[in-house]
Every structure is written in C-alpha cells, then in structure tokens.
Design a protein around this ligand. Structure first.
Ligand code: SIN
Length: 514
C-alpha cells in the first residue's frame, strides 16, 4: 500500500461537513448556530450534483387539524415493511413541523392558502394530505436556493466547491480525524474535531435513475472503508414513474400527480393498478414500481394519464414535470406520459443514532447516506427532505459539540474513482441484475463482475458502494419493501443487514454510537 507523502495539512477548529445538499447545509447552519466554525466540502457547485435540489414532491409534515405526528409516524412505519425504528420515526414526525417552519423562516416559499396556512398534498401511502410543497413540483430547488443563500451569507461557514473527498483520515485508535481532499489538482489533509458525511445516495451507480450523475455512493464507501457499520444497503427505492423518454438521468413525474387523481394505464389505456393492490394508484411505492415493471416486461406498456385529473392546469400545477414532458415531445395535457421505474433513493446507509453519530468515533452522517432507521425497507414519499432537515440539524449540533482529541492522523491512501467507460459498464450491470426484480443468478454474476472490476481498477468508491448493495441483496433470501427476489418472493422474520466491510487493526476501535 502506498501513502502519498508530505501532503499539505490544514487544521480546522470546527466540523468538516462533506456534502452540500439539504442535510449537509442543515448541519452546517446548525453547527454555526452553536458557535462553531464550519468547513463544507461540495464536489459540485452548490445546488448542483445533489438530489435535494431535484426533489419534486416536498416535505411530509403533520400540520393539518385532522393530522398528527403519531399518524405520520404510523404511516412511516407501515410503509417501511417491518424495518422502521418506531422511535426514530416518531422523532422525525414530531420534529417535522418545526423543521418546515425553520426552512420557511430562512426564505423557502412554501405554497400557502389565503390565510397563510401551508397547503398540503396527498401522496401514496399517506393517510392524510400532508406534503408541504413549493410551486407545485419545485420544492427541492426552492428550498435549496433559500438554504444556500443563507449558508453562503454566514461568516462562520466556509464552502469549498469542487472538493472531492478521497479517504477519511483516522488516528491510531481508529477515530476519524478529517479527510483527504482533492481540489484544484492538489491533495490536502484536512484535520477536524468531527467529520460529517452528507454525500447523498447512489442512484448514479445505476443506468436508470432520477438522481444526478454525481451521486454514486461515495459517503457509503468512505465510511465503510473507515470501519463504520453499514445497515441494509440492499434496500434501494425505485420510483415508479420516471418519465421514460430515454434521458439519463431520467426526469421524474412526481407521485403527487397520482395524489391529484392521475392514473396508471397500459398502452391500450386500461388502468391496471387495482389488479396489483387494493390501494390502486396510491399503493406503496415498491408495489407500484413492481407493477409497472411487470406491465412493461410483458409488453403491455405503462403510462401515467393525467389528462382528466390535471389537464389544462398542468403548466401551472406541475411546471417541472410539464417542461420535462414537453422537452421530450409529450404534451401531458393531451397525452399519457410514458413511465418506467428508476432508482430514486437509497434506504440503507451508514448506521447512526438520533444525533448522527456513526459507529466510529469522530464520524457523523446525515441525509440519504445515513441510516437513521426511519425508512426501513421502503421510504414513505416526501420523508427524505424532511429527514435531511431534521437529522441534518441534529447531527450538525452534535458535531459542533465534539471535542478535538488533538491526535495526529495516520497517512491515508486516496481511493480511486472508476474511469468513465467502466462506470457505464457498472451502471448497466447494476440496472440489469440489482434492479426492481432480483435473483441469485443475476446477483452472483454481478458480484463477480464487480470483483473483476476491482482487480482492474482498485477499490474505487463506486465499486465499494456497489458491492455493499449487491452482496447484501444476495444474502437477503426473502422479499421485503424495495428488495424483491423472484427466487424468494416471500418474507421471513424482519431483520436488518449490518455490514462492517473493513475491520482495521487500530489499537482500540472506538465505538460511540448508542
Ligand atoms: C415524488 O415527488 O414523487 C418524489 C417524492 C419523494 O421521493 O419523496
């Protein structure tokens, strides 16, 4: 193993936050609010390369008179197919309204009625209309614009754009001490009292995804290589209605369209969802994704027909979906939208407690790369921006309180990235064999391909993340939530997958999560 020698080193006094989506910036603002100086590393310019800014639906929050955090938590637990941590779901639901009001106070222009009350829409598997939206389908972009402006204006928050984290730094006891950062062609050791990963999901590892291409499981790989426990990586959520017009990434047709009454039909215009589930078009996301997968596989085709439910209002009610459709030559006012499932969200992730603490001292995680336990095997729609805001804030506060041990970091080896062509090969293989429907034959073949790529290209972050997903999918010999094994279609007793990929031989491997 070769370590780069004599690298420039920067010691920072406060938390180092890796990632600048809603979780990362919520953490930065919370840490700065505690009086900490914060350094945020973003691989892309702020607002780009993060899924938060692409979210259409909004934030699920119990604010209506006939709703309650208990009902929201119960829906979250029910959607998660036996693997949601009920206490964490209750925490998420209880802190939700405060998080939305905090974002509104920062300038996020949530849709309101004439009396200033938040408008709330219905989405699948919610027992109440409770999704707070912005401009119909523009929640992510508008919320991120507000948060980015506030973060940029905060003198306690320094932001490095174009910064790619290539390894975590650890001291001889295994405590994370910062990160090895590539920026402007230079590797720098950034040493910090606490490091918080908020790098998002891994949709970019798949050929068909609604996520930005940059989102490729980097945080999962970095944390795994530092010895952190990874929970349930096999649970990948496929959004049922990506717009199927051959675009990469695939544009999304928000679930809120079905909340408004749009229906899924086959190529002959016949509705099909009631054949799969009594809840029809508003069944849980995994059920709808599998139904659409089957309709497409058997040649029937799948389309979202919003002509009657939305029709002429489309440009105002769902401007982003409308623009994406028109751009592809589909007028959703007069034509059904061709749809197909696409990777949308990663339920699994780096194990954390309610304060973002991972199983490795000095390392925190928040947002999609983390596993707080709120999503289980199938995330409830519009719970992800909420989780980013609630747990990003909690993790930021905890990271700000971390005491600097002043221990020197050991030299770290930068993890490679996959070359572009190999990445495309991996993406195709992941969509083929670790998609909506999985089996032993496909997963075994895929694992062998990943191993061969690792021999050729080394432990690239993309390969480490892909291997976590695929090996856990192979080991889970049952079907549950987003993970469907056609060779094991039934469910067993609900159990989590917990993987410690790498057990470094540190003097004492501090475990701090509780
Ligand atoms: C959507 O708008 O359908 C996506 C919402 C989500 O993934 O939470």
């Amino acid at each position: 193993m070769s370590f780069p020698k004599n690298l420039p080193r920067l010691n920072v006094d406060g938390p180092l936050i890796v990632g600048a989506g809603l979780a990362g910036l919520s953490a930065a603002l919370a840490a700065a609010g505690e009086g900490a100086k914060v350094l945020v590393l973003a691989a892309s310019p702020l607002g780009e390369g993060c899924s938060s800014a692409w979210a259409q639906g909004g934030m699920a929050v119990a604010m209506a008179p006939d709703d309650s955090p208990a009902l929201h938590a119960a829906d979250t637990v029910a959607a998660g197919a036996g693997l949601v941590d009920a206490a964490m779901a209750a925490l998420l639901a209880e802190e939700g309204p405060k998080a939305v009001r905090r974002l509104a106070a920062l300038g996020a222009p949530f849709d309101r009625d004439a009396d200033g009350r938040f408008l709330q829409a219905l989405e699948a598997a919610h027992s109440r209309p409770r999704v707070a939206k912005v401009g119909g389908d523009g929640a992510g972009k508008a919320i991120m614009a507000a948060v980015i402006a506030v973060a940029r204006a905060n003198p306690a928050i320094e932001i490095w754009e174009g910064a790619d984290v290539r390894a975590l730094l650890q001291d001889k006891a295994g405590r994370v001490r910062g990160a090895l950062v590539a920026r402007n062609g230079t590797l720098t050791e950034v040493v910090a009292p606490a490091t918080l990963l908020a790098t998002g999901g891994l949709g970019g590892l798949y050929a068909v995804t609604t996520n930005p291409a940059e989102v490729r499981g980097a945080g999962l790989a970095l944390a795994a290589m530092a010895g952190a426990a990874i929970v349930d990586p096999e649970f990948v959520q496929f959004h049922p209605t990506a717009i199927d017009v051959g675009r990469d990434p695939a544009p999304l047709a928000t679930e809120a369209l079905r909340g408004e009454g749009a229906t899924l039909v086959d190529a002959a215009g016949v509705p099909f969802m009631l054949r799969y589930d009594v809840h029809g078009d508003l069944a849980a996301r995994d059920i709808v994704a599998r139904a659409i997968h089957h309709e497409i596989a058997d040649g029937s085709g799948a389309f979202l027909d919003a002509r009657a439910a939305v029709g002429a209002h489309f440009p105002v009610a769902f401007p982003y979906v409308f623009a994406a459709c028109m751009d592809a030559g589909v007028d959703p006012r007069t034509q059904p939208i061709p749809v197909a499932p696409a990777v949308h969200y990663h339920m699994g992730g780096i194990q954390t407690d309610a304060h973002g603490q991972t199983t490795v001292a000095g390392l925190f995680a928040a947002g999609e790369c983390a596993s707080t336990g709120v999503h289980g095997a199938n995330r409830l729609a519009s719970n992800s921006l909420l989780e980013a805001a609630v747990f990003g804030t909690r993790a930021g506060r905890a990271a700000a309180a971390a005491v600097d041990p002043h221990t020197p970091p050991l030299p770290a080896t930068p993890m490679p990235h996959l070359p572009a062509e190999a990445l495309q090969t991996l993406r195709r293989a992941m969509s083929r064999d670790a998609g909506v429907v999985r089996d032993h034959t496909g997963l075994t073949r895929l694992l062998a391909e990943i191993a061969a790529m690792q021999r050729a290209y080394g432990p690239a972050t993309e390969l480490i993340a892909a291997r976590l997903v695929v090996s856990a999918a192979l080991d889970r010999r049952e079907s549950r939530g987003g993970h469907f094994r056609q060779d094991h279609p039934g469910s067993l007793t609900a159990e989590h997958t917990v993987i410690s990929l790498y057990a470094p031989n540190f003097e004492s491997f501090a475990v701090a999560a509780g």
